[in-house]
Design a protein around this ligand. Sequence first.
Ligand SMILES: *Cc1c(COP(=O)(O)O)cnc(C)c1O
Length: 392
Amino acid sequence: MHMNADQLKDYDQTYIAGTYARQDVAFVSGKGAELFDETGRRYIDLGSGIGVNTFGVADCDWIEAVTTQANKLTHVSNYYYTQPQVELARMLCKRTGMKKAFFSNSGAEANECAIKTARKYASDKYGQARPNIITLQNSFHGRTISTLSATGQEAYHKNFGPFTTGFLYVPANNLIAMESALSRGDVCAIFIELIQGEGGVCVLDKEYVQAVARTAKSLDVLLMIDEVQTGNGRTGALYSYMQYDVMPDVVTTAKGIAGGLPFGATLLGQKVKDVLDAGAHGSTFGGNPVCAAAALSTLSRIDDALLADVRAKSEYIRNELYGAPGVLYLSGMGLMIGIECGADCRDIQKRCLERGVLVLTAKTKVRLLPPLNIPFPVLEEAITILKEELAK
Ligand SMILES: *Cc1c(COP(=O)(O)O)cnc(C)c1O
């Protein structure tokens, strides 16, 4: 059965939970940074499925990695050893300095694992004395009840209580507030994004993060970084904490790690590498061979040359948009860019869509998360259109 666009919309609204304010387009295929709707119309994708399609859509190397593994073994459960999972964990540890990995299927799950790790670390060592986790106001950590609890935004909390207790929210970039919360003595971990993505692409100060890291270390409080959106090359480093010169105890990531398949990873540093023992945590699909093969292929391509390319494209976008008509200021790092435009960012998003360019929004900003390998001419074409719409 083929559905035309109107039928599709109608059935979607009838049969799919109304959680998404969808834009008025249905996609059927794509190649790289370009997507095609059912009329064959081409769109340039500056959102990559919210930072998921690291190398765009239908990338040849990615397809090869996934289909090769799918032809061998898709799933066996975590009762057994499988090679892609082990290779991936080894690669992640070697490239980050973390010591062990736990694999899951999404950002929220990666963060749940971090929360459980922090609680158990403290419980093993301090009994019930340190149950609390500090997170930042304006953060976003996921949609499950506990990761919603961790999320420091009241708007997300409405209607869903009671919540998991034990989260303390402090304002970002405010060391005094952080130290005051730590002085309670009942805190096991600090859990932060270094660039608040959903919060509006807000970058934390380097001095602040380094001071927080030092204080946390001196108090045996875990430093846990949510790299679900910032990770896997997005900011111009493999993980954004590397650009802050800090060494976290826990790193979580998901979104772009497997280049389009669901995957979450929680990386455990020296202090916590053995906290999760047999039976302490688990996931049916986590580390699934096909998804692990996709992640291996994706990560192995995020090398110094690619990261330099990400930074060069970032520079190009910033130079184009800096001071351009309709642009108040820019934020972000690498190919994670926020544009404060003073106008309604959703209007701009809609007009860009009408002109064949997909952008995202975050709070009041237009947000760009293009595929890391978007070709320069395609990027230029899209930025030219975006600039025209920002200027209106
Ligand atoms: C997207 C996101 C999440 C949630 O990831 P899901 O895969 O949707 O569960 C968590 N933290 C951050 C920083 C994110 O950007």
